[in-house]
Design a protein around this ligand. Structure first.
Ligand SMILES: *Cc1c(COP(=O)(O)O)cnc(C)c1O
Length: 815
């Protein structure tokens, strides 16, 4: 993609300020991801994180061309394209770009779920038949789709794009950027219709994508089918599903790990062997067959391709590695764009040492010399310490890579190398084509642990932060509460991702939590709520900011500052006790406190704050209002005496929702970002962040009269299948939910916990659930949720979250 600025101004209808002859070759919209700025344009989107605030940072990183709605600081050597709405401009640009490639067939996939899998499967089947351009990973948003379209160039002859929407009105805009020749609707789930009045409205919005399509492929469900037939009577309509569908599943026979599918394709019955047995995959394959049928491939061809289908992993996982390494295993996806995304993810990690293990790349029809030049250019733009290359192709082109490298012909060779040579203190990205089985390398490098893991979805956590941000005024700061190892989610990973996304402040409970964060490279200001006097020395060395709640503490802290003869006035936070009666100065003491702080050259009051006791209970509104007014009273006195204005804050998560008027200068966000809030309406907007999972270790078939577990508390009445799970009370699952009180989730079904929970194991009843040893079991997650556990334990979700034992390995991922 190469555009001159003047052409671009014309396409976007933009006002041009600067040099019309500059060239644009790549697009950036996140200033942190700018690595090779030459010929780059920075687009300032005004979302929750307003891109205009980051134009200066982009400028500092040598970006000289900007698309924006206004210019915060004008630089005479920069070029500006000024548009009303940068997102609309990007969509216009994509539309223009697409229409200049007439020879390209496009497939547009929308629906509530299954989009990415279907897109990747189409690519897995057709990559050596066509030169395919596809959206990377799940880039389907208002920004992701146009950016994917702009990657099209003259060698492509098939485009496969995912199209997502979240609100009414968005599909029209998406359709302006892409009008697919073939439109596919995977499904419409009611659960995703929160912005729509009803399912019909949701379907109507989604199918706007097909306005200009020749063919529409859709699930044969009465509500969907009826609407599509009404709106698009003149198009070729292809339904898939069970009864009376064009692509109709007649019969499924499951055998070991494969499914035999008897399918009628427009009346012609064909039997396919399919390497997946789960319901979702079988739904997805029907859509896939409908698409392949449009290209008139033979059943033999299709069968061969189906057998090669691979599961689609949509996320990048961070795992603890041996020798203090962190491992990112992305050995399922191999193409240029997913390499680019994975490299950016690698460089978001804190450890300075970065290592890439990369295999040959297959899914491209570009000539090798060109492909590996392009890949090397990309890889060379990241300051890697070391590269390990695997495969004959990368071996041939190894000299293109500028970092230190070693090249191997096979995975076995790399493994042999790594067994003798250890990489220490690095973040290692493993990226390769399926064929190379680089997961074996991952197995070697990852710390082995048991099958029970706590998955932390950092993307959902950020979405939750964004939700709370959207409920606040833009200038209100967020202090993210990462005390108690981020409510049990992990020592530093949450802080790290929040820092990357420019959160304003962090807060921990005790100094040692703050020391750990600093040791892991967290440089954000950190407030310590309980700064134990014995650690003042290190608190100061580590630049942690103490909460000061008593005269004694204030006195000792100032003494310590004098002793250390600190250079600048040291930031402290004054806690006022407005009714919680835990820690803090009484409002009546404010004047005395002010006099002590006044003209004191050792300290600077960074903030004045208090803590709500009942912001979640609306009947207690009066008390909450009284707390806020007491804080205001003390604040006013302090401001008058001090002669400057510290930050003022009192709200926690429920406070943000129930009392937006008390957001003041900052809020302290805790449980809400971790996915729970005691407010039904707000809870619906939050995403689930944690999933505690395990696998079935063993299944027993028991006969009447047999018993299960310690104390023989479960006596079998009728024939039962009993599964043993490697998780027990030492992992934080309390004994009181044994004996039928609680359940776990297997294949979406409830399996009651039976007998007593043991220290490291528990037994569940899986009678009637299609499952086998090795299958995944959800202990806590979407269902059963933290809230459910809180009910079972008769406690609050906070306690459930923080009591998951540290021995359970945490895995962090971003979708
Ligand atoms: C834990 C804590 C918060 C966060 O409360 P949530 O209810 O989790 O949002 C805020 N302020 C203080 C002082 C806290 O200790």
């Amino acid at each position: 993609m190469i555009y001159s600025v003047s052409a671009l101004a014309h396409i976007l209808g933009a006002k041009l300020l600067g040099d019309p002859n500059s060239k644009v070759e790549h697009i950036f919209y996140d200033s942190r991801n700018i690595i090779s700025p030459t010929h780059g344009v920075f687009i300032a989107f005004s979302g929750i994180r307003n891109g205009h605030n980051f134009m200066e940072e982009a400028y500092k990183k040598s970006i000289r061309i900007f698309i924006c709605s206004h210019i915060p600081v004008v630089h005479p050597d920069a070029t500006y394209l000024i548009v009303e709405n940068p997102i609309t401009a990007l969509q216009k640009w994509a539309h223009h770009h697409l229409s200049s490639y007439q020879g390209l067939t496009t497939i547009g996939i929308t629906g509530s779920n299954g989009k990415t899998v279907l897109k990747e499967w189409i690519d897995q089947c057709l990559w050596d038949e066509f030169s395919i351009i596809k959206s990377p990973k799940s880039y389907n948003s208002q920004i992701g789709l146009p950016l994917s379209i702009l990657q099209i160039d003259s060698k492509h002859n098939l485009g496969v794009f995912e199209v997502g929407i979240s609100k009414p009105g968005e599909m029209d805009k998406q359709e302006k950027a892409l009008h697919p020749n073939i439109g596919v609707l995977t499904n419409v789930l009611a659960a995703h219709s929160e912005y729509f009045k009803n399912k019909e409205e949701h379907i109507l919005e989604k199918i706007k994508l097909f306005k200009h399509s020749n063919v529409i492929i859709f699930p044969n469900e009465p509500s969907i089918s009826k609407i599509i037939r009404e709106i698009y009577p003149d198009k070729k309509l292809v339904s898939f599903g069970e009864d009376h569908s064009d692509i109709q599943l007649l019969k499924t026979t499951l055998k070991d790990n494969i499914a035999l599918l008897k399918i009628s394709i427009f009346g012609k019955v064909i039997e396919y062997t399919f390497p997946f047995t789960d319901h979702a995959s079988i739904q997805n394959v029907l859509g896939l067959l409908a698409v392949l049928n449009e290209f008139e491939f033979s059943p033999n061809f299709i069968q061969e391709k189906l057998l090669q289908l691979q599961s689609v992993s949509m996320r990048l996982e961070l795992m603890s590695g041996i020798n203090n390494c962190t491992i990112i295993n992305d050995s399922f996806n191999s193409d240029y764009q997913s390499l680019e995304i994975a490299l950016h993810f690698l460089f978001q990690q804190n450890k300075p040492k970065k290592v890439l293990i990369l295999s040959d790349i297959f899914q491209s029809r570009m000539p090798d010399a060109e492909l590996y030049k392009k890949i090397a250019d990309l890889v060379n733009s990241f300051p890697l310490q070391y590269i390990l290359l695997v495969g004959e192709k990368t071996y041939k082109y190894k000299n293109l890579f500028t970092a230190m490298y070693k090249s191997f012909l096979s995975t076995t060779e790399v493994i042999k190398f790594l067994e003798n040579q250890s990489i220490k203190d690095a973040t290692i990205l493993i990226k390769g084509a399926r064929k190379f089985e680089l997961e074996k390398v991952a197995q070697l490098l990852v710390v082995q642990s048991h099958d029970t893991i706590l998955e932390v979805n950092l993307h959902s956590l950020l979405m939750n932060v964004n939700y709370f941000k959207s409920q606040l005024k833009p200038e209100t700061k967020i202090i993210a509460m990462v005390k108690a190892s981020s409510y049990g989610l992990g020592n530093f990973e949450v802080a790290e991702v929040l820092q990357y996304y420019h959160i304003d402040y962090l807060a921990v409970a005790y100094p040692d939590e703050g020391f750990k964060l600093r040791d892991k490279g967290i440089y954000l200001p950190i407030m310590v709520m309980n700064p134990e006097m014995s650690s003042y020395d290190r608190v100061i060395d580590y630049k942690l900011e103490p909460e000061i709640y008593s005269f004694r503490e204030l006195d000792l802290f100032i003494q310590k500052l004098k002793e250390k003869n600190t250079a600048k006035r040291y930031p402290i936070h004054i806690k006022i006790d407005t009714g919680m009666h835990r820690l803090g100065f009484q409002p009546e003491e404010t004047r005395k406190l002010g006099e002590l702080l006044k003209d004191n050259d050792w300290i600077e009051v960074k903030s004045v704050f208090s803590h709500f006791a009942v912001s979640d209970v609306l009947e207690e509104e009066k008390f909450t209002r009284l707390q806020a007014s007491k804080l205001n009273y003390s604040f006013d006195i302090l401001v008058t005496i001090l002669g400057y204005k510290p930050l003022l804050h009192i709200s926690n998560s429920t406070g943000i929702i129930n009392y937006p008027e008390y957001q003041f200068d900052a809020v302290r966000l805790g449980i809400g970002m971790y996915g729970y809030i005691d407010n039904e309406k707000a809870l619906k907007k939050l995403e689930n962040v944690i999933t505690l999972k395990t696998v079935i270790s063993n299944i027993h078939e028991l006969k009447p009269g047999e018993t299960v577990g310690y104390g023989r508390r479960f006596i079998v009445q009728k024939n039962r299948s009993i599964a043993t799970l490697p998780i027990g009370y030492a992992d934080g699952i309390r004994r009181i939910i044994g004996n039928g009180k609680g359940y776990v989730n297997i294949q979406g079904k409830k399996a009651p916990i039976i007998g007593n929970i043991c220290m490291d194991m528990m037994m569940v009843d899986v009678t009637g659930i299609a499952c086998k040893e090795g299958d995944t079991v959800i202990i806590i997650g979407e269902n059963p949720s933290l809230k459910k556990y809180a009910e079972w334990y008769q406690t609050i979700p906070y306690e459930v979250l923080t009591s998951i034992s540290p021995r359970v390995k945490r895995i962090y991922y971003r979708e």
